[in-house]
Write a protein that binds this ligand. Structure first.
Ligand SMILES: [Zn+2]
Length: 375
């Protein structure tokens, strides 16, 4: 059989089939038309259902999908973040991956150049979100658009906005960076780095009303107003006007006394590690810090404070005290860092098994006592 013959035969069969479709092909053709209509019908029903859903149910979705906050221009403060609805204490408000991270200790001869090289790897809009951030301490008398200016500008923005990204170094988080600062009881959100997710999370530390500004804290504010203002001025270039810094003189003095007392108590507490005080005395100090914090309205760091008390109680093999402090620490870590945070989970475990603490029995046995003022 030659090749030509084969082609001809195929061709013949093809012509014959077109003119005279087989019974099987006729059935298949009908089935194809039916399938086609079935597909159209399904598509129409899906469109109708989508319309009904959008019309009747979408409105009910709004509270669930509505953003909790937005960035706004605030009088005399530049940009800031404002609550778009009432926010509950403990709510997760933001989870953000860093735009880029650089090592904590920059040994690079030109840190600005290192930041510029990180920026070069980003998309245009990502770079834009970096350059939209505020900055302080840009040297004066630099010619714009020169390599030196670009270096210094990148460095100034980085130094003003970068926060710890755990073992990765320090990073830029453009959304979180819009949070302004408040001292003592004025701040209402806290941010923390999640090592396992390589992201920063922001939780509401207090209930926040719609229209209220979301404030975090840039530094340890357990110090008098004059010191706080000096420090914030030097590092961030602004004079703090938060509600605590704006207190009238007499009230401000009382607040300063409470904050200074908390700082003093914290340093006394640390002396337990050197054997200067007993476990019982250390726990008494924790209770005092808690009480003064309550009077001041300073609620931050409570998860850590109660976890420190767990450490003391476990070291002295006081199981009941470990359980009680772990319960309190779990409660506050859940608010500050999230119920699913490593810290909250660890405390949940210790509530059940105090002896599993890594420091269990490291010091002589002692009944150190549990929390007195539980909030
Ligand atoms: Zn302030």
């Amino acid at each position: 059989m030659t090749e030509n013959t084969t082609r001809k035969r195929k061709s013949d069969r093809s012509v014959r089939n077109i003119k005279q479709p087989s019974e099987k092909q006729r059935i298949l053709a009908k089935k194809s038309v039916r399938d086609h209509f079935a597909i159209i019908a399904v598509a129409l029903i899906a469109t109708l259902l989508a319309y009904v859903y959008r019309t009747y149910f979408a409105i009910q979705d709004i509270p669930l999908v509505r953003e909790a906050f937005e960035v706004r221009n605030l009088l005399g403060k530049g940009k800031g973040i404002v609550a778009l609805r009432n926010i509950q204490r403990g709510e997760l408000l933001l989870k953000e991956k860093p735009l880029f991270v650089v090592p904590s200790a920059i040994s690079h001869t030109s840190p600005g150049a290192l930041i510029l090289s990180s920026l070069a790897r980003l998309t245009h809009s990502q770079r834009q979100s970096f350059y939209n951030l505020s900055y302080v301490h840009l040297p004066e008398n630099l010619e714009p658009d020169t390599p030196q200016y670009n270096d210094e500008l990148a460095l100034a923005i980085f130094q003003t906005n970068a926060v710890s990204a755990g073992s990765d170094g320090v990073g830029i988080f453009p959304r979180m960076a819009r949070l302004n600062h408040g001292c003592s009881k004025a701040f209402n959100v806290v941010y923390s780095w999640r090592e396992n997710e390589r992201a920063i999370v922001v939780h509401a530390l207090k209930d926040i009303k719609q229209g209220q500004e979301l404030l975090t804290t840039y530094t340890d504010t357990k110090r008098p107003r004059s010191e706080r203002r000096q420090l914030l001025e030097a590092h961030y270039g602004f004079t703090c006007q938060c509600s605590v810094c704006s207190l009238l003189e007499a009230e401000s003095r009382k607040s300063d006394e409470r904050l200074s007392k908390m700082a003093t108590l914290y340093s006394q507490f640390k002396s337990w590690a050197e054997g200067a005080i007993t476990g019982r005395e250390a726990i008494d100090i924790v209770n005092k810090i808690w009480q003064v914090g309550e009077e001041e309205g300073y609620h931050s760091e409570r998860g850590q404070l109660a976890a420190d008390a767990v450490y003391i109680a476990a070291s002295h093999s006081d199981g009941d005290a470990v359980r009680a402090w772990a319960q309190l620490s779990h409660q506050w870590y859940s608010l500050e860092l999230g119920l699913d945070s490593e810290q909250a989970q660890a405390m949940a475990g210790l509530r059940q098994h105090p002896e599993q603490h890594g420091r269990w029995g490291a010091h002589r046995p002692e009944l150190v006592g549990g929390p007195i003022l539980v909030q």
